[in-house]
Every structure is written in C-alpha cells, then in structure tokens.
Write a protein that binds this ligand. Structure first.
Ligand code: B12
Ligand code: SF4
Ligand code: SF4
Length: 398
C-alpha cells in the first residue's frame, strides 16, 4: 500500500483470491466451484407458498425464519458474493457390490430379508456436515488471510439459504425436475457447501439451460408420488423426509410404498439419465461402510439406548435417533414379510418407546399368521398407550 492506495488494483487482487480459493477447493476434494452474486432469492415467494401448502411438514425451521431466506444477507449481513462448491459422494451400490457378509461369509441380498437400504449419501461412516465444515473453515482462513477486513461465513444445509438456487446462479448446474441440482458431468450425487463473503469476487455465468428436456423419469419413479409437479416436492410424502426428519408414526398409506428404505431414498436419482455416467470419486470417509449399508435390521431391536449410541453416534444414521431408526426398521421388515423377523419385531412390540411398539405391531401384522396374531393379542392385554392399541387392533382385525 502506497499513500493509502493499494499497489495492486483491488479487482485483480480479488480475482486472484477467487482463483486461489477455487484451486484450493479442488485440492480439498470439491469437484466444482463457482461464484454467485448475493441477490434476492428468486424462489422466495415459491418457498413461502410451499410452506403455506404444508409441504414442509414438521421442518419448523422453515416458517420460523422465513424472512431470512429473502436475501443472503439473512445469513451474512454484509454478503456481496457466494462461493458455491460441490462435493461428490459415492454412487448407490449395485446389489452385488454390497460388502456386508453374514456369518457364513455370504453377501446377503436385500430380497433375502432382514436388511434395509440406506441412501448413498449416508452410506459412509462420516457425517458430511463435519467433512464439509472442516474444508470450508480452511477456505475461509485462506480468504481472510488475504483480506483481513473482509467477512466470510461457511454454511452447509442448516442456514436459511436456498443452496440449489445459488448453486445454479454460480454456474454449477441446473435444478432438475426432482428439485436437485444436476450437472452434466457429475449428475446429482454431490453435496453443496457455500462460503458467503463481503468481498466482490468475480462472478461466474449461471447455467440457464434446463437439460431435463421432456424426461420425467424421476417424477414417475417416485414410490410415494411425492412430486406434485415438476420441481415441486411435497416433502411430507418423501421417503427421505419420512425416514429422517419426521418424528411421529409413518402415515399408514405410505408404509408399503416405503419399501426397503430404512434411511433416505435414492430412487429419483438412480433413474436420472444424467447419473448413468456420473463418476464415483468419493473420499475414503464417504466410501460405503460394510456394516451400515445395507443395514442389518433385526439386531437393532436388541440394542438398548447405550448400545445404539455406541454403534451410530457420529454417523449420519444417528439423526433420527433410536426411536426413528427402529420405527423405519419395523416398517421395512413388515414390507419384507418374513417370519424370521418375528423375534425382532416381538422385541419391538414390547419396547419402552410407543412409536417403536406401534410400528412393530404394523410390521408383525404384515407378516401375518398364527404366531403373529398371538404376539399382537398378548401385547393388547397389557398395552396402555391409545395410539399403540389402535395400531395393534387394526392388525388383529385384518
Ligand atoms: C429440507 C431439505 C430436504 C427435505 C426437502 C427436500 C426439498 N426438495 O426441498 C427432504 C428431507 C425431503 C430432503 C431430501 C433430500 N435431500 Co435434502 N435438503 C434440504 C435442505 C436442508 C433445504 C432445501 C429447501 O430449502 N427446500 C425448500 C423447498 C421449497 O425447495 P424446493 O423444493 O427446491 O422449492 C423450490 C422449487 O419447488 C421452486 N418451485 C418451482 N415451481 C414451483 C411451484 C410452486 C407452486 C411452488 C410452491 C414452488 C415452486 O421454488 C422453490 C424455492 O426455490 C437442503 C440444503 C439447503 N439449505 O438448501 C438439502 C439438500 C437439497 N438435500 C440434499 C440431498 C442430497 C437430499 C436427498 C438426495 C437425500 C437422500 N438421498 O435421501 C433427498 C432428495 C429428495 C428430493 N428429491 O429433493 C442436497 C442436494 C444436493 C444436490 N445435488 O442438489 C442438499 C442441497 C444438501 C446439501 N448441502 O448438499 N432434503
Ligand atoms: S427421494 Fe425417494 S421418495 Fe423422495 S422424492 Fe425422491 S424418489 Fe420420491
Ligand atoms: S430424471 Fe429426467 S426429469 Fe428427472 S431430474 Fe433427471 S433428467 Fe430431469
């Protein structure tokens, strides 16, 4: 600096910062990066309508801080630009790739029963929020070292920001009919992470072409018919919401369509033609973990709170907690209709948690037969919770 003026023109300086940040992001494992302006969120009024229609379900953080979604300054007051990054995760496993083995060393197929499917993003041991925040922190430090007076904040998921909209503005892809961000080279199997800053970084060109064309594979394949229209998702019908975010019982009419998904769902991505050639480039922490995917469900019913915590704490599957994961497991075992699952479900029917008892009653009812009926009738003699009683009675009367 000479006479209070920078020797290097400021624009060049920020341009160089942008180049450095993108280069470092690539070294840290991000597959794409781009810069978007901090402008009003185009989707704001649609977001408000989406909440109004009840599509957000129990995700109360949407209505509670709706106003903050209007503009990125709701996340960082002085934000001028947003660096948006994509981070790839492992593609869903083909059944033969599943590395879980039973005691005889054989690879169990889901059809054999007792196992549940876990969405690809959650198949590794690490929680992606932790992985991405560590990387964003390093990028933030790099930015602030070069511009000590600037401000920057890294976010993944939890801030009031329509990440896919800003990713599209930053040139990372387009928003597909399944509402996910898609990229011609990587499909949609990646996470998004954002670094908001007060710096005027040079902007990238948004992608304005919609490469979905006439395709509607995702809309037709969704097992629970969760898409009200292209790019409009009723989250309360989405298996990902039901198995991860929803706290209560799974609505009866959606239990069979849930199929074998015990945590999340990949259907609207696996059918997408843009994912056919997507490269599998996940880092070690996101590689599918043999004891998590597919998930052996029956043994879960024999884990108490402490054992459950020991097994799942720190993994993505911890989010719905024991009660949520066992609720899901009971539904999947019910859908598989295997008598071998009755001992586990019987344990669930007598669990301390009413949600698990009610879901297990449903699972036992799906398996049917005299043992199932006996288990349900026995429980009915002592059951006091009215909701669980209704679940059991509905199964006994079938
Ligand atoms: C809440 C949430 C969910 C909810 C709701 C999903 C959703 N589509 O909104 C649930 C739990 C269902 C979910 C599921 C999944 N999620 Co999620 N989720 C989020 C989160 C935290 C917020 C999304 C959000 O703001 N939704 C609000 C609604 C309104 O957004 P929208 O549906 O896109 O709405 C727009 C359009 O509908 C549009 N619109 C167009 N026409 C019309 C017409 C009308 C009438 C209306 C009302 C609206 C409308 O306007 C809206 C506003 O822009 C984001 C992270 C973030 N902060 O952005 C991750 C995020 C979107 N999820 C992610 C992932 C990976 C998933 C799953 C694939 C996980 C899985 N395998 O199970 C599934 C995919 C399901 C799907 N098809 O969307 C990634 C997606 C990465 C990518 N490539 O796009 C994100 C970005 C997380 C991350 N940081 O990486 N998720
Ligand atoms: S994640 Fe599954 S349930 Fe949700 S919209 Fe996609 S296909 Fe439907
Ligand atoms: S399946 Fe088809 S319509 Fe759906 S996101 Fe992919 S290209 Fe678009």
């Amino acid at each position: 600096v000479k006479n209070g003026k920078p020797l290097v023109p400021l624009e060049m300086d920020v341009a160089e910062t942008a180049t450095l940040l993108k280069a470092r992001a690539a070294e840290l494992g991000f597959s794409h990066s781009g810069i978007a302006p901090a402008v009003d969120a185009q989707g704001f009024s649609q977001l408000a309508e989406w909440i109004e229609r009840g599509y957000a379900g129990e995700m109360s953080y949407f209505p509670e801080r709706l106003d903050a979604y209007r503009h990125p300054k709701g996340v960082l007051a002085n934000s001028r630009t947003l660096l948006v990054f994509a981070f790839p995760y492992h593609l869903p496993l083909a059944p033969q790739e599943n590395s879980t083995r039973d005691s005889q060393g054989a690879v169990p197929s889901l059809a054999a029963g007792g196992y549940g499917k876990v969405a690809a993003y959650a198949a590794g041991r690490a929680d992606y929020h932790d992985l991405l925040h560590t990387r964003l922190k390093e990028l933030r430090r790099l930015l602030l070292n070069r511009h000590p007076n600037a401000e920057a904040r890294g976010v993944v998921d939890t801030a009031p920001l329509l990440e896919r909209e800003f990713a599209q503005l930053a040139g990372l892809g387009w928003i597909g009919k399944n509402t996910l961000l898609l990229n011609r080279s990587s499909g949609s199997y990646f996470f998004l992470a954002v670094l908001l800053t007060s710096l005027d970084l040079p902007l990238d060109q948004p992608i304005s072409v919609d490469h979905c064309g006439t395709c509607r594979a995702c809309l037709d394949a969704c097992p629970t018919r969760a898409f009200v229209a292209p790019r409009l998702l009723d989250a309360t019908r989405c298996i990902s919401y039901l198995t991860i975010e929803h706290r209560g019982g799974i609505p009866v009419e959606l239990r069979q369509p849930l199929g074998e998904w015990v945590f999340g769902c990949d259907v609207c991505q696996t059918v997408c033609p843009w994912n056919r050639k997507a490269p599998s480039v996940a880092i070690a922490e996101l590689q599918p973990c043999p004891d998590l995917n597919p998930l052996a469900l029956r043994e879960l019913f024999f884990l108490d709170d402490a054992a459950f915590r020991k097994r799942f704490h720190g993994t993505p599957l911890w989010r719905p907690r024991r009660r949520g994961l066992l609720r899901n497991a009971a539904i999947v075992l019910g859908n598989q209709r295997q008598a071998d699952s009755l001992p586990a479900l019987s344990r669930g029917l007598n669990d301390i948690e009413p949600l698990i008892r009610g879901s297990s009653a449903w699972g036992i009812g799906q398996i049917g037969g005299s043992t199932a009926l006996q288990l349900l009738q026995q429980r009915l003699l002592v059951e006091e919770d009215p909701t669980v009683r209704r679940e059991i009675e509905a199964m006994v009367q079938r």
